[in-house]
Design a protein around this ligand. Structure first.
Ligand SMILES: [Zn+2]
Length: 92
């Protein structure tokens, strides 16, 4: 694992921790930093990161706290508090 990948993983953890502590603004800052880092280093974002961050407002989503998750027609529908929603194929 490269240094950049390790930093990316670390930023993901920090975002998740901040979001579960209820500090959405801090979580957003980590999410944005992680996205920039990934872009600059051409790293793929971890799948969990992509699914549980909002494309519109950069929130780190915690189902039951600032996001709703439903399954519909074999898809996972994740809705952020800002109203943005994303669909993913449901594959566990
Ligand atoms: Zn959002």
């Amino acid at each position: 694992m490269s240094v950049a990948e390790e930093r990316l993983e670390r930023l993901h953890e920090l975002a998740r921790d901040a979001a579960s502590d209820g500090d959405d603004d801090l979580a957003r800052r980590y999410v944005r930093r992680a996205r920039r880092l990934a872009e600059r280093n051409r790293l793929p974002l971890p799948r969990r990161f992509k699914r549980f961050t909002c494309d519109r407002c950069d929130a780190y989503l915690i189902p039951g706290r600032n996001a709703r998750v439903r399954t519909r027609n074999g898809h996972l529908v994740i809705t952020c508090d800002c109203g943005e929603h994303a669909r993913y194929p449901y594959d566990g």
